[in-house]
Design a binder for this molecule. Structure first.
Ligand SMILES: [Zn+2]
Length: 87
């Protein structure tokens, strides 16, 4: 028996050095697998509960500007000044 946990790829935003990045995923990466963000940054995938990350960072990480710009450009979403909200 499996208990499937579905993850929406749109909500996966890997954090590197306190910055949220965006990534285009076609499948769930394996832990430790090197994944590359839209901006070109890469790192080994690590899964954590988002609550843990927020506690560790003591605040909400910044959005990577380059990933955000690329993501918005691809989707035709205009850049916005207020980056605190979620799309
Ligand atoms: Zn980025």
């Amino acid at each position: 028996m499996t208990a499937a946990i579905y993850i929406d790829p749109l909500v996966i935003q890997p954090v590197i050095d306190g910055e949220w990045h965006r990534i285009r995923l076609t499948e769930i990466p394996a832990p430790g697998q090197i994944i590359t963000m839209l901006c070109g940054a890469s790192g080994a995938a690590m899964f954590q509960l988002s609550d843990d990350e927020r506690r560790r960072q003591r605040g909400i990480p910044r959005q990577c500007e380059r990933c955000d710009a690329i993501y918005r450009h691809e989707r035709g979403i205009p850049l916005r000044q207020n980056r605190t909200g979620r799309p």
